[in-house]
Ligand binder design. Structure first.
Ligand code: SF4
Length: 314
């Protein structure tokens, strides 16, 4: 996207240290991690106006700039940030209240094209952002954005913090004599099965392998994920959209009779959809307890109720 910012004006309006940050950002595509860290530290000391200048300039230079979020005193408060939460998602909170056997926690990041690679074909981003991304409370949206920035810019530190929090949640669930159930993609479609983690000095193929006592589950817009050899403790439900560009994904997903498919309905749930039985998916979120091959009916929420979109069945 071309910004209307004047690059010369930006450079002359900043002091030497900020100008140095801009120059480094200009090279960011080729930057190694150390250089990126240096930018982050400079960025961290900038005031809000300067940060806006930095972002505008990155756009002007057509760079895909994401500040590296890692410092203990970061303005985004990463070290104070909890990645996993018990009840900031209303459906997880409702499920926790209903389920005696499981303790549910989720990770809510702000969705974007990189965290949701299937969203373009499915056409779900607009509705998702309207109903959940912006939320009612800006502090919730800011926290989600900060988590997305952290994940995209410093994967290693993000995964280390996630593992640390997982250990703590497992301890809490054990004390309550419950099984921990974790949904890492509350508002994203990250392929967690492909991301290695380190736990107590041992490298595991993914977080599911590191925590075999935990039940993981997610929804996905990527049919290819369903045909992978997923860890036994990771349950995936495919997510439907009627958008024509997405029908290849739907066909691929439904090749397997056991595929559970979530469908968002604008009105009452039908008894069947595409010849499969519809169940009420809003009653609770424990998708891994559903029968195989069902349609998981979800009601359109927030502004999504009134938006015309292929993602929602009217
Ligand atoms: S519906 Fe899912 S894939 Fe689509 S934008 Fe939201 S989180 Fe991402």
């Amino acid at each position: 996207m071309q910004s209307n910012v004047n690059i010369n004006e930006v450079f002359t309006s900043l002091d030497a240290r900020k100008a140095e940050a801009l120059a480094t950002i200009a090279k960011y595509g080729e930057a190694d991690r150390a250089e990126a860290s240096r930018v982050a530290l400079i960025y961290d000391r900038c005031d809000q106006t300067s940060i806006k200048h930095l972002e505008d300039t990155a756009k002007f230079l057509k760079r895909d700039f994401v500040p590296l979020v890692q410092t203990p005193t970061n303005k985004l408060g990463v070290n104070q940030m909890q990645l996993l939460s018990l009840d900031t998602n209303s459906k997880l909170a409702k499920t926790n209240a209903k389920q005696d056997d499981y303790m549910f926690v989720g990770l809510s990041m702000m969705p974007n094209d990189r965290l949701c690679p299937g969203s373009k074909a499915a056409g779900c981003m607009e509705v998702c952002l309207q109903s959940a991304g912006m939320g009612k409370f800006s502090n919730v949206a800011q926290a989600r954005q900060a988590k997305s920035d952290f994940f995209m810019s410093n994967r290693e530190a993000f995964m280390a913090q996630l593992v640390k929090e997982m250990k703590s949640k497992v301890r809490t669930a054990t004390k309550k004599a419950k099984t921990l159930a974790v949904r890492l993609n509350v508002l994203s479609d990250v392929q967690w099965e492909d991301i290695p983690v380190t736990l107590d000095g041992v490298v595991y193929s993914n977080i599911m392998e590191a925590f075999p006592m935990v039940q993981f589950y997610d929804y996905t817009k990527l049919a290819s994920r369903l045909s992978k050899a997923l860890p036994a403790n990771y349950d995936l439900t495919f997510s439907y959209s009627a958008r024509p560009t997405y029908q290849k994904q739907v066909s691929l997903a439904l090749r397997n009779d056991n595929t559970k498919m979530a469908v968002v309905f604008a009105g009452e749930f039908p008894l069947t959809f595409m010849g499969r039985k519809v169940i009420d998916g809003d009653a609770q979120d424990a998708r891994f307890l559903d029968a195989q091959g069902v349609i998981v009916g979800l009601k359109a929420k927030g502004k999504a109720k009134t938006v015309k979109n292929d993602f929602i069945v009217h």
